[in-house]
Design a protein around this ligand. Structure first.
Ligand code: ADP
Ligand code: ASP
Ligand code: MG
Length: 411
């Protein structure tokens, strides 16, 4: 009997009518002869609401206790989905992360899945039940409830699909698939029928939050076939799978943007060996992940060092940069929260040149200044002012995707 893992995002279970709709979709898959494991997110807005409650009490809530609060959102949703299924005459049982159990490390609020024990799920499947598992949560080896980072239900679903060797992992969401750019910003964005794990990982890490990056990493590692599709209709969505030769023919698969970073600049640093090491070691010691780094050409023995970090880490990173700046005799530390990172992503960049030049030209023609650039084999990212983010995404989409229509076949 085929086994399907279906994941429903927050909007898909956003109210009682939608939960009934989800139950009907699950019933359909059961009627078609599949064993079904469902992963549900919290109802839309609920995770934000719960985090907000903790913030009303503390600026830096204890992470263990934050997880305790935030994980409840998913528990409500899975119970409701189970009841809705039972009302349709479909035997169903809901399980929290610790009931499965989904074992994680103990890094609260961004835990990583280490192991999934599938015995209990298998037992319920053999009893003919649909098993509904709470997304986004697990349990540490010490027995504490953990959560997997925002968007973590995707990772719960793909990891479960890998552990159960499911035939497919279906990610049901509020858009019809993965698009060439965020469809909320680019009206002409189109659905990508097939995308490689590698491209999807880049897009996810560069701000296309349709899939949590960890989930795609799991998919790639264990070869899980992922189908991202709408929970509001039956249309085919986007398949995420192994790369093939055909895929390299497309130079740019998509445009991503990220508004969640801040730039910090250490101004007029004496240009001598060891300064950068001191700064980035201090940040690393405090678990702050640094993204882009730029060091200007030195002028009369001084230089500027800029780097970007997640906005949630920016206060702390600025504090550390100020300490290091004082130590090494730098003039000042500046911070800019209004920046955006815009990226073009595509496997074809491995074999096609000229993408960087074209990207810079498009931004230049729109009068957009570039503060920093970073590249990998399959992506180019530019740091720009936040106010130009949407303009840049649209212009790049037009240049790299809409105007290339003759070359690329999209649906
Ligand atoms: P869910 O609650 O179902 O997990 P998310 O909000 O996490 O849904 O992800 C879906 C959203 O991702 C879409 O509503 C869309 O605005 C956004 N998104 C950003 N980039 C893309 C993209 N390239 N393709 C599709 N959706 C994207
Ligand atoms: N409910 C969690 C969040 O809002 C997990 C998820 O939706 O995937 O981040
Ligand atoms: Mg999501």
């Amino acid at each position: 009997m085929p086994l399907i893992v279906q994941k429903y995002g927050g909007t898909s279970v956003g109210n009682i009518e939608r939960i009934k709709n989800v139950a009907r979709k699950i019933k359909k898959a059961v009627d078609e002869g599949n064993q079904v494991v469902v992963v549900s997110s919290a109802m839309t807005g609920e995770t934000d609401r719960l985090i907000g409650l903790t913030r009303e009490l503390s600026n830096r809530p204890n992470p263990r206790e934050q997880d305790m609060v935030v994980a409840t959102g998913e528990q409500v949703a899975i119970g409701l989905v189970a009841i809705a299924l039972q009302e349709l005459g479909v035997p169903a049982i809901s399980l929290t992360g610790w009931q499965v159990p989904i074992i994680t490390d103990n890094v609260h609020t961004k835990a990583r899945i280490k192991k999934i024990d599938t015995h209990r799920i298998r037992k319920h499947l053999d009893e003919g039940k649909v098993v509904i598992v709470a997304g986004f949560q697990g349990v540490s080896e010490d027995g504490d409830i953990t959560t997997l980072g925002r968007g973590g239900s995707d990772t719960s679903a793909v990891a479960l699909a890998a552990a159960l060797k499911a035939d497919v992992c279906e990610i049901y969401t509020d858009v019809p698939g993965v698009f060439t750019a965020d469809p909320r910003i680019v009206e002409n964005a189109r659905k990508i029928p097939v995308i490689s794990y590698e491209e999807m990982m880049e897009m996810a890490s560069l701000g296309s939050k349709v899939m949590q990056i960890r989930s795609v990493e799991f998919g790639a590692k264990y070869g899980v076939k992922i189908h991202v599709r709408s929970s509001f209709n039956d249309e085919e969505g986007t398949w995420i799978m192994e790369e093939n030769e055909e895929m390299e023919k497309v130079v740019v698969r998509g445009i991503s943007h990220e508004l969640k970073e801040s730039r910090i600049t250490v101004v007029r640093v004496p240009d001598k060996p060891g300064v950068a090491a001191k700064l980035f070691k201090a940040l690393g010691d405090k678990n702050i992940v640094v993204d882009m780094i730029v060091q200007n050409v030195s002028h009369k023995g001084f230089t500027d060092i800029s780097f970007t970090v997640n906005k949630t880490d920016a206060d702390y990173a600025e504090e550390i940069a100020r300490e290091v700046a004082k130590e090494v005799g730098a003039e000042d530390v500046e911070r800019n929260d209004k920046i955006a990172k815009i990226s073009v992503v595509g496997l074809g960049m491995k074999t096609h040149s000229g993408v960087a030049g074209k990207m810079f030209e498009v931004l230049y023609k729109e009068g957009i200044n570039i503060y920093a650039i970073s590249t990998s084999e399959i992506k180019i990212s530019c740091l720009i002012d936040e106010k130009y983010a949407e303009l840049a995404v649209r212009a790049l989409h037009e240049a790299f995707i809409e105007n290339m229509e003759g070359d690329i076949q999209y649906e």
